[in-house]
Design a protein around this ligand. Sequence first.
Ligand code: ATP
Ligand code: MG
Length: 421
Amino acid sequence: MLTTGPRGTKDILPDSSGHWQYVEKIIREVCNNFAYQEIRTPVFEHTELFLRGIGDTTDIVEKEMYTFTDRAKRSITLRPENTASAVRSYLENKLYSGPQPTKLFYIGPMFRYDRPQAGRYRQFHQFGIEAIGAQGPAIDAEVISLAVAFLNKLGLSDLKLLINSVGCPQCRPVYRAKLQEFFQDKRSHLCSDCQSRYDRNPMRILDCKNETCAEYSQGAPHMLDCLCEECDSHFAGLQELLTTAGISFVINPRLVRGLDYYTKTAFEIQYSPLGAQSAVCGGGRYDGLIAECGGQPTPGIGFAIGIERVLLALEKQALLPLINTAIDVFVAPLGTETRAVAFQLLTELRYAGIAADMDFMNRSLKAQMKYANKYPAKFVALIGENELAEQKVMLKNMETGSQELIARTALVPMILEEMEK
Ligand code: ATP
Ligand code: MG
């Protein structure tokens, strides 16, 4: 127990944290390009927020939340996603009184009691955006185009963008009734989850991963055939914008997001080499959410991208950058008496903004040189007994192999000059 983390969690170790930093850097660049600003919300919220904001017929709320009672007997939940929290914060901090739309992005850990496997963890990380306040299809196109731009910037190809419309409270009841009619005599063949979905949220039967349910939903009516005029023209508008912007997509009428508050546009980006966990991005419009959370009726749209899945995809396509551990100077003390001066020099170098390290293991000269090469270090500053007595250091250029005896006080200025080159 003490030496094993909880199931479904993973340490991000020094040999891969550089990859995370790289992906986060691209996220920030792309969001900056699209004029989205970062929001950081707490990792836990009142459970009620997720019951309302995600919907109690969803897998997340039914099976996946980490919920506990705190010492003051409040029900608290570790966030399973960030949209509800972003909306809570938007309302609490009155972000609606600023320039509209409110365009936010976030990066952070999410928690779901999922079945752990490749690309599926209990603590995982999402990058997501939310655009709150704009109604027309142009913002939908912008949100989708940001996701595509991010994945393209990482070099990922072979991506598939699927889009659909899930209608609105005006047209969905008609579709819902049609679906129930379609499944009426197939109901007993569906999995137990879908049997209860039949009454509570029949659209989710189309989303079920169970093979039998998938078979029985063949030929089910499509939401697209039931859209009201407004939803229909919104969807047509989105397609036109994507087409003119050169973003290719496939319409998938079976794409229903698991969340109740989604309206109109739903989309997903798949990277098929990831196999069963091929969805890297899921998103859609949530025009009902803000009112559901106690605000004025306000439209919104967003997506969430699983960062672990993106990293798996980058690894598969050999697109991960090399992690740079290089330093400028390795200070090599030889003998105990030299250590204090070595540490003094190391400190001066670091305070001057130079990446430096020294031997802390009492290694031999040979072992220190070998160690310095591992970073790799550009220079090694050797301090033996002679150098100590003469207030000098032997500066070795590890690239050219040349070495030079210099005054101790000349080390920092010399290295700074080298760094300018
Ligand atoms: P799935 O059908 O794979 O469970 P989902 O519908 O639950 O996905 P969303 O809630 O839309 O997923 O989350 C958006 C993205 O977050 C997913 O496309 C995926 O990349 C990532 N994601 C979701 N759950 C996990 C998890 N348990 N571990 C790792 N990544 C995840
Ligand atoms: Mg899920």
